[in-house]
Design a protein. Structure first.
Length: 398
């Protein structure tokens, strides 16, 4: 079982709401972690946060009241130097830096400036540093292995920045949420902030709640603003079976005016550009016309580019797509010495055994060398490798 969280962002997400909700979801273990990082940041930079227990809308949770000196960091490098100088674990530093780098990259794209020339405005205060470091500390020290999330509500209306008035979500927030499912435009106000969006981006969640999520606790983190709707982030803590979950997009397009050669080219290009899998099916369309159905699987971040490729390489005027869930069994690639020589194999781990698959192209070459059928070579190599792996496992060698 893997320790997991589900981040319910239906009322948005901010840095302080994430920290508060994590403390609530893993209380009391999380409280010690929070206090340690809070004290560290106070000693080094004079910034700290009071964790307050609050009740709003009949729900009990936590909220942060940040106290910070009148100091602003103007450049990302100052944030990086500040975190690098802290005596904290490397994985915590790396995650905190990723959160801040995400914001810097987003601001860079918005303003069209190089990283090194970028001036931080709204996020230059030390509360951003506090949110990033404590969030990273909680995730790493609590040993969170799987992260899931709802769609991200962004709100509506206007937000006032040092660059003027912009519609919600703010420009940097939009950049940070690219590739994520968003909604919640019926909510009034800026409910998702750049820091909140950056934390999500750094955690790389799967955007669904998996079946069989063993719920252990729930925590509510409240924001400082008052809206007509609730202003909290909810985090569910629990466990999931040791599986690999992926949320993917499946795309398909029907083509009745294309040759098999072009279909093969399109599939090759899709795979080269990042599709996880691509294939074609023979279908019959209207008026009894034979046609091809070209399909592919991809991550959401690659969807736009791959659809554009389909439009460019085919005559279609539209495609269909929907979200699918993929579950993978644990597997690994190995190089194994066999009676036929060294061979690449894929080992898949099942509850009651293993599956071994030898690299087919290598089996073809070995079949030529030994004068045996390819299937015979493949079968014998897989049998030999499986016996060797299971023997080593029984002896505690793997």
């Amino acid at each position: 079982m893997k320790k997991s969280i589900y981040i319910d962002c239906r009322y948005g997400i901010s840095g302080d709401m994430f920290v508060s909700a994590m403390v609530a979801a893993f209380y009391p273990e999380s409280l010690t972690i929070f206090k340690n990082y809070n004290s560290l940041l106070n000693r080094n930079f004079g910034v700290s946060a009071d964790l307050k227990e609050v009740t709003k809308n009949g729900i009990k949770g936590f909220a942060l009241d940040v106290k910070e000196p009148d100091i602003r960091f103007k450049h990302l490098k100052q944030f990086e130097e500040a975190i690098s100088g802290l005596e904290i674990a490397t994985d915590v530093k790396d995650l905190a830096l990723e959160i801040l780098n995400n914001i810097g990259e987003a601001e860079s794209r918005v303003h069209g400036k190089d990283f090194s020339q970028l001036h931080f405005h709204e996020i230059g205060s030390l509360d951003t540093l506090l949110d990033a470091v404590i969030a990273a500390g909680l995730v790493k020290e609590l040993k969170i292995e799987y992260v899931f999330s709802s769609i991200v509500s962004v709100g509506s209306g206007e937000v006032h920045t040092e660059h003027g008035i912009f519609s919600v979500p703010a420009p940097a927030t939009v950049e940070l949420l690219k590739g994520m499912p968003i909604g919640g435009t019926e909510l009034k106000g800026e409910v998702t902030t750049p820091t909140g969006a950056s934390i999500l981006r750094a955690l790389k969640p799967q955007f669904f709640l998996p079946d069989g999520f063993y719920l252990e606790n729930v925590g509510y983190g409240f924001g400082q603003k008052e809206f007509q709707h609730p202003n909290f982030l909810r985090i569910l803590s629990g466990w999931v079976d040791e599986k690999e979950f992926e949320s993917l997009i499946e795309v398909s397009v029907n083509l009745d005016d294309i040759t098999p050669q072009v279909v093969a080219t399109v599939i090759s290009e899709l795979l080269f550009k990042g599709a996880i899998d691509a294939w074609s099916e023979s279908i019959i369309m209207k008026k009894g016309r034979p046609a091809f159905k070209v399909c592919f699987l991809c991550y959401e971040k690659d969807l736009e580019e791959l659809i554009e490729l389909v439009f460019k390489e085919t005559t279609t005027l539209g495609v269909r797509y929907h979200r699918v869930l993929r579950q993978k069994i644990k597997r690994e690639l190995q190089k194994v010495e066999t009676s036929f020589g060294e061979v690449s194999i894929k080992v898949s781990h099942l509850k009651d055994g293993i599956k071994v698959s030898a690299e087919y192209d290598e089996c073809v070459e070995l079949a030529k060398k030994f004068g045996l059928p390819t299937n015979e070579i493949k079968r014998r190599i897989e049998h030999e490798c499986a016996e060797k792996i299971l023997k080593n496992r029984d002896q505690g060698l793997t």
